[in-house]
Design a protein around this ligand. Structure first.
Ligand SMILES: [Zn+2]
Length: 444
């Protein structure tokens, strides 16, 4: 069974003209409308970019007729977790999303967004992107605007400034506040700071979307922090890319999914999203201790060139590798390193050997530090289990989301989720493995 997504809103405006010639009629398809209804057979008529009629049999003429026999017709998908920042104008057609059925993206996730949301929304409007774009306001950028990348609590004045920035962003059209609590400078903030800012977003009916402080060893504490913020700020919580990271933590979804379920039973409005892959993707800097990453790029470079600090960082990385029960950094694959593109698509283990270094984790850690000193890299981390993914997938208040930007074909070796999130859900988990049912896809 294939699926057609209708690349327009489902806002149905019924036309009263008897002899309209429609632009398009899609005939004979099964409709799954995304509202939780069962599928049904119907024709769909489109005029001036809008659906104007959904009816069992539409007999009027049309300029174009699409026969959808044996196919499913669905409204364009909403991708609630994307990172478009910096790539919006690279391909305004956003083909990597459109071909995956996505017509609306929520960006500004993981604490990273524009701070002036009004200006941002006017700019994306002018690009005439084929996708609709909504944005969150990111805590990391708000914090950086108020106090740089300092590794400390905010002063009362800085707190006030952050609140004003969030308030302005919400008034300008942000849909909520996001955090990225593993990234600088958000990683240096404590729960009360976020709660205060979430209260501001709540005043404007926003939601709180979070890349939690931990997705592995301390994940239960991180989930509880997100729920506490929801409870205290009285704000709906959306936990981003729900996963279990690190080989030593596999199976923990048996604990973390019920945590969400219990919160909902308590009356908290909490949802999660997920991409259907066993590898994550982020900056390679995630292998480096948080305190080394403070105060901006120059400070980070200076620290990493100090032999004492290098030693400390290498030991930290080796310790964490051991925890994962791994001997090499083969699970980390460079997606894009601008200083040397021959690294793209190769694991840290391979890059280390390519540089003629010893086949030892210690040397691989040094290689990672060198990559950091030379501008860093985006990387794909193979660290999840299929069982956890499938368990999270079954949870009804989970949404599928790519966690991707607009991909430009042929650039780097990015994570496939930027092209294939929904295609993979529909082909692998619905059609082939029958792990999810079509109806389930429209029920959550
Ligand atoms: Zn994230």
């Amino acid at each position: 069974m294939r699926i057609i997504t209708v690349l327009i809103f489902l806002a149905v405006a019924f036309s009263s003209k008897a002899q309209t010639i429609y632009d398009i009629i899609i005939r004979n398809g099964k409709i799954i409308d995304g509202s939780g209804n069962n599928w049904y057979y119907s024709d769909v008529a489109i005029q001036d970019g809008k659906i104007v009629s959904i009816s069992r049999s539409i007999n009027q003429p049309a300029k174009r007729i699409i026969d959808a026999k044996g196919l499913i017709i669905a409204p364009g998908f909403i991708d609630v977790h994307t990172h478009l920042e910096g790539d919006e104008d690279k391909d305004p057609e956003a083909k990597s999303f459109i071909y995956d059925g996505v017509t609306t993206c929520v960006t500004g996730n993981c604490g990273s967004s524009h701070v002036d949301i009004g200006k941002y929304l006017r700019w994306v409007d002018s690009l005439k992107t084929s996708i609709n774009i909504a944005t969150l306001v990111g805590h990391n950028d708000v914090r950086e605007a108020a106090m740089g990348k300092a590794n400390r609590d905010a002063t009362p004045q800085e707190m006030e400034q952050m609140k004003l920035l969030v308030e302005k962003a919400m008034k300008d059209g942000a849909v909520g506040l996001s955090t990225g609590l593993i990234y600088t400078p958000g990683v240096y903030s404590k729960t009360p700071e976020i709660t205060e800012l979430a209260k501001v977003a709540a005043k404007f009916n926003g939601l709180y979307a979070t890349h939690m402080r931990d997705e592995g060893d301390s994940i239960e504490g991180a989930v509880n922090e997100a729920l506490t913020i929801g409870r205290e700020a009285k704000i709906p919580v959306e936990i981003s890319h729900y996963k279990i990271s690190g080989q030593q933590n596999w199976g923990k979804s048996k604990i973390t999914v019920p945590l969400i379920d219990a919160a909902r039973k308590e009356g908290l409005e909490v949802t999660i999203d997920q991409y259907p892959y066993t590898a994550s993707s982020t900056t390679i800097g995630q292998l480096i201790p948080d305190e080394i990453l403070a105060d901006g790029e120059d400070s980070v470079k200076a620290r990493l060139q100090n032999p004492q600090t290098r030693k400390y960082v290498v030991n930290y990385m080796l310790e964490r590798l051991k925890k994962r029960k791994l001997k090499h950094f083969a699970y980390v694959v460079v997606a894009y390193h601008s200083a040397d593109t021959t690294y793209n698509g190769k694991s840290v283990e391979e890059i280390n050997l390519m540089k003629g270094r010893k086949h030892k984790a210690k040397d691989e850690a040094e290689t990672v530090i060198d990559i950091m000193v030379n501008g860093g890299a985006s990387a794909v981390f193979h660290g999840m289990s299929e069982d956890d993914i499938k368990r999270i997938m079954k949870y009804p208040f989970n949404m599928f989301a790519s966690d991707a930007t607009i991909r430009v074909l042929g650039r780097g070796m990015p994570h496939p989720r930027g092209y294939g999130t929904n295609a993979r859900i529909l082909s692998k988990y619905v059609r082939e493995e029958k792990w999810l049912r079509w109806k389930r896809l429209s029920a959550g």
